[in-house]
Design a protein around this ligand. Sequence first.
Ligand code: NAD
Length: 285
Amino acid sequence: MTAVVIDGKKVAADVRDRLARDVATFTQRTGKAPGLATILVGEDPASEVYVANKRRSAIAAGIADFHRHLPANSTADDIAAVIDELADNDDVSGILLQLPLPAGIESAKLIDHIPAAKDVDGLTTMSAGLLARGEAGLRPCTPSGIITLLDSANITIEGALAVVVGRSQLVGAPLAQLLLHRNATVVIAHSRTADLASITKQADILVAAAGIPALVTAEHVKPGAAVIDVGIHRTEAGLVGDVLYDEVSAVAGWITPVPGGVGPMTIATLLHNTLRAAEASSVAA
Ligand code: NAD
């Protein structure tokens, strides 16, 4: 079997096109574009690239750009003050605090400074609680993007056995909740899981989000399964994921490539969340 490749670049481009139209309609109706505020602290080169990509995509979709770049020696109070200022600004629909923060600054408290209504990254305690309870709220971007990818390939989630490898607050834990809300039977594997292959081998949907290159090999995969690779690793041979792509694609039914799979969905979902936040606040106003 050769797996069907799920083209995240194409799915993300479709989402962004649709979104640009929806943003234009929203802006015409309300007289004000949705606004995305990005906060970058320090000079981490990877973060600079990520933030620049997010801003460029937002602007291309018709979303107003509010960017704050703070020096690396900023204190938690400095960052909190900027979040508060953006939280009070009615032109800002969503606030994104780019992680990681410089060493010594605790991110969890600062993330919780973002009001849930503007939490377009879906990472505050409030957003996590709403997700856990299955209530409406903004969902974390990478996990939401994965659900969109599965739907785009018409992969049945309801009733499927989904194994999520990884339990981070950014990816694994919220994805498990989203799959559960879609009526999958969900197993979460992690660094202390005994005999990983015996568990992943049962999965109809297998998501690799452990952050370990080539962790998932053909022997971890049930023939015909949908394999979603979240990992991103820079190697001399270029970007690779957590899945050993060549051998797994000979066994799986569907597979996402790295690059060009999950990655592009993260930004597309961020823009989607920004429009949702703007819509919710325009209804509340
Ligand atoms: P993390 O380090 O916070 O979490 C990794 C998780 O994997 C942990 O829960 C850990 O228990 C589990 N794990 C570690 N070793 C394991 C093993 N041997 N077997 C099973 N589980 C194991 O990482 P994260 O932030 O969740 O990111 C995971 C990967 O996804 C990274 O490569 C990251 O770069 C990538 N990522 C990609 C995107 C994207 O947009 N494509 C977004 C976020 C993260």
